[in-house]
Structure formats: structure tokens, C-alpha cells
Design a protein around this ligand. Structure first.
Ligand code: NAD
Length: 411
């Protein structure tokens, strides 16, 4: 019954409702031998004792008593950039050395308040000087920021990649792009559960889009169990982010007239063994995407609906709840639940699966999942930094460390 049981039994008690999946237990957190953490639901009151142990042991296990700090630059401090900055800043093995803005617009205030050194996206002296005129301290242009960084996380709006990549290569640092860029431009793509190992010590990578990340979180564990998987899915996509006033539709359902859409095949950039096609439609909502998925499992898969749910329950960054029992039957309630959890911006890094929307009939698995598009890729960026820097080879250890540090912010 997963979280639904805990949820319904504490209805009306807000403190107990604030439960979060912590990807490690207090006893077998992260050990030098890389023990795979167990996945349990903990009341928020248990977070702090667990987290302290994770940090202590991680430092001991991987840095021989010394915490090496990775210097991270964020190029493009918008929807994704500001979230990645916070997720990086709370890790004990990395720090934000600067974030860029193209001009002194409103996001600068947030960077200043958070204490992130502000840089200009460009090296042009006039553009840099514009920040001081607007009352912001600007520490220089992009080149100066890159010169001080070990790795840059590019969170520019997309399709700017090729131009920015040449700057990163000239600076001789590692680089991470987002899902708005094409795999062909980066040559590598990344999702924590799919291909952390392949990305170890790479020059750069691309954290796949929010939809592709969401598909990977539930399909990769299934593939790993079954050994083969064929998938058809439909992405029901939000029209725009909440802070976006330029996109639509506002009064239509808009099919993506490119078949298949890029989302499904993009999964194959991180897990080529999964056969997958997708269709996509945009709908007038701003808060989440929903995926409607039909997966064909191989003969002899040995799974039941219940064991598929157990498989996902044991997988990091997947939340399973029963819609009928909890009253969370639409994306509106999912997001309200996420806001109750108290993460900044009401983020939900986990993929949300409705327990009562999952059914396995013979070899055909049907399910729905919801994706908080602005935040599911955020912890992935932190893990991608560790992969490129070669500081953590076990994806599960990185995921546990990333998630514990983020959870500690909201104890
Ligand atoms: P955004 O528009 O909210 O933020 C982009 C930021 O980059 C802005 O601050 C912009 O001023 C700045 N910028 C503009 N030109 C730049 C340049 N040349 N170099 C560096 N920065 C520049 O965009 P976003 O939603 O944060 O998207 C960033 C990337 O993340 C895109 O590749 C997008 O496809 C991907 N992504 C977005 C979402 C989402 O839901 N918003 C989800 C997953 C992935």
C-alpha cells in the first residue's frame, strides 16, 4: 500500500503528513564498501540523525578524511539554474562559485540573497557595467567565472549549447547541459539510474529532459528486472512553467505533430536497450506533465502488479501513492502535497506514480505517472557533477548523498 497507508492513518496531522523518502537508513547509510541503501519512508523528525551519519561516512569513505570541494559555476540562473544552485550549495563536496545573469533583472536579487557571486553571462564591459548601475555587485564576465570553476552547469534556455560549449572547452573545464540541447551536441547524456558509470570522468554530458528523466526513473528498474522492454507512451505536457507568460496553448489541446515525439526515443540516449516510442500533446496547465505508459514485458517476466509497485518503491526518487485513499487524484493535489512538504518553490523531485493507476495484464503493463517539470532533473544534475568529476562511482551512493543533503534543508 506504500505511502498511502501512512498518509491515510495520519490524516489531519500535518506534522506526520510531512513524510519524505530518505534513501538511506540510519544504520546502513553510506559505507566504504558502498552498501546499497534501503529505501524507507521516514517521518521528517528522523531526517537529521540519518543525514549527519551520511556526511560523516561519505567523507571518510571517499576522501580519506578530507572533503574535496568541487567548484561549480551555473551559467543561466533561471528556472532550472536557481534550483540546481541550491541543490549544489547544500552538498558538502561541492560549492557554488558563481551564477550568471544576462542582465540585471529580477533573478539577481535572489542570487544576492542566497549569497551566490553574480557574474554576467557575457564578457562585454558595457553589459558587466550595467549590473553596477542597477545596484548589483557583478564579479565579472563568464570567462572569469569559468576560470575559477571545475565544472559549469549550463542552464541557458536551450539551443545555445554549441556556442557555450566552445567557451567551456576553451576554459578547460567540465560541462553539463540540460534537456533543451540535443544529444548529438553533447555526445553523452545522463540519468542517475541509467548510465552514471558511462559518464564517469567524461568531459561533459547532458542531463536529459524532465520527461525523459521521469520515464527513466520507472522504466530502467523494469528493464533491469526483465532484461528487455518495449514501450509506447503519451506525454501530456504542461503548456508553460508557472513563471512563463509567453507560451501556450491557453485554450486548446495541441498535439506535437512530429511522430514519434523526441521524449521516448530520448530515453535511448541513456538506456539504448529500451525500445520506446512516444506521442506528445500540450495541454493548458502549468504545474506538471502526466505520462500514460504501456510497456510490453518479455515472456516469463515473473512480475505481478504488486511486485512492479514494490520494484518502484525500492527505486530512488519514485513516490507511489493511492489516489482513492489519499484524495490525490489529479496533478493539482500532487502539487499541493508537494507544497505541504515544504521544499523551496513547492518542488517535487520524485516521479509520482498513482498506485491505483498501475495494472499488469499478462505481459502488458499500464500506468500513469506525473512529473514536476521544474524540479525532477535537479538532483540528477548533482549526481552528474560527481560522475564527471569521478568522485563517486556508485550511482546509488551519489543519489543517497544528494537526496539526504536536500532533505536536510527542510527538516
Ligand atoms: P529559463 O528561461 O527559465 O532560464 C534560462 C536562463 O538562462 C535565463 O536566466 C536567461 O536569461 C539565461 N540565458 C539566456 N541566454 C543565455 C546564454 N547565452 N547563456 C547562458 N544563460 C543564458 O529556462 P529553463 O526553464 O531554466 O531551461 C533551462 C534548460 O533546462 C533548457 O535546456 C530547458 O530545456 C531545460 N529544462 C527545463 C525544464 C523546465 O521545465 N523549465 C525542465 C527540464 C529541463
Amino acid at each position: 500500500m506504500f505511502l498511502s497507508r501512512a498518509f491515510s492513518s495520519c490524516a489531519g496531522n500535518l506534522e506526520l503528513m510531512l513524510i519524505e523518502r530518505v534513501t538511506t537508513s540510519s544504520e546502513d547509510a553510506i559505507t566504504p564498501s558502498g552498501v546499497v541503501p534501503s529505501h524507507q519512508w521516514f517521518p521528517s523528525s528522523l531526517w537529521s540523525s540519518t543525514i549527519g551519519k551520511v556526511h560523516l561516512e561519505y567523507a571518510g569513505a571517499h576522501q580519506t578524511g578530507r572533503i574535496v570541494t568541487i567548484k561549480v559555476a551555473i551559467n543561466g540562473y533561471g528556472t532550472i539554474g536557481k534550483r540546481v544552485a541550491d541543490a549544489v550549495a547544500c552538498q558538502d563536496d561541492m560549492e557554488i562559485i558563481g551564477v550568471t545573469k544576462t542582465r540585471p533583472a529580477f533573478g539577481c536579487d535572489l542570487a544576492v540573497r542566497k549569497g551566490y557571486p553574480l557574474y554576467c553571462t557575457f564578457d562585454d564591459a558595457d553589459r558587466i557595467a550595467a549590473f553596477a548601475k542597477a545596484g548589483y555587485e557583478c564579479h565579472g564576465g563568464l570567462s572569469e567565472l569559468l576560470a575559477a570553476a571545475d565544472v559549469v552547469v549550463d542552464c541557458s534556455p536551450g539551443k545555445m549549447g554549441a556556442d557555450n560549449k566552445s567557451k567551456y572547452q576553451a576554459a578547460g573545464i567540465k560541462w553539463i547541459f540540460q534537456g533543451g540541447e540535443k544529444h548529438a551536441m553533447t555526445g553523452m547524456s545522463y540519468t542517475s539510474c541509467a548510465n552514471h558509470t558511462e559518464n564517469l570522468n567524461a568531459e561533459g554530458t547532458r542531463v536529459v529532459s524532465c520527461n525523459t528523466t521521469g520515464l527513466s526513473r520507472t522504466l530502467v528498474p523494469l528493464y533491469n528486472h526483465c532484461g528487455s522492454l518495449s514501450v509506447e507512451c503519451t506525454m501530456i505536457r504542461r503548456a508553460a512553467d508557472p513563471g512563463d507568460s509567453k507560451k501556450g496553448p491557453i485554450n486548446a489541446i495541441k498535439p506535437v505533430l512530429k511522430v514519434p515525439s523526441h521524449h521516448g526515443p530520448d530515453v535511448m540516449t541513456v538506456k539504448p536497450e529500451i525500445e520506446i516510442n512516444s506521442l506528445a500533446v500540450a495541454v493548458p496547465t502549468t504545474i506538471m506533465h502526466v505520462h500514460s505508459i504501456v510497456a510490453t514485458l518479455p515472456e516469463g517476466h515473473g512480475l505481478t502488479t504488486e511486485s512492479v509497485l514494490e520494484l518502484w518503491n525500492a527505486s530512488p526518487r519514485v513516490v507511489i501513492m493511492n489516489g482513492a485513499e489519499t484524495g490525490i487524484t489529479t496533478t493539482a493535489e500532487v502539487m499541493e502535497f508537494a507544497r505541504d512538504m515544504g521544499r523551496t518553490w513547492g518542488d517535487l523531485h520524485e516521479i509520482f506514480v498513482w498506485e491505483d493507476g498501475v495494472k499488469l495484464v499478462g505481459n502488458t503493463l499500464y500506468y500513469f505517472q506525473a512529473i514536476h517539470q521544474e524540479s525532477d532533473v535537479i538532483p540528477e544534475n548533482v549526481d552528474a557533477i560527481r560522475a564527471l568529476m569521478g568522485t563517486e562511482s556508485d550511482w546509488k551512493v551519489s543519489v543517497a548523498k544528494t537526496d539526504a543533503a536536500i532533505a536536510a534543508l527542510f527538516e
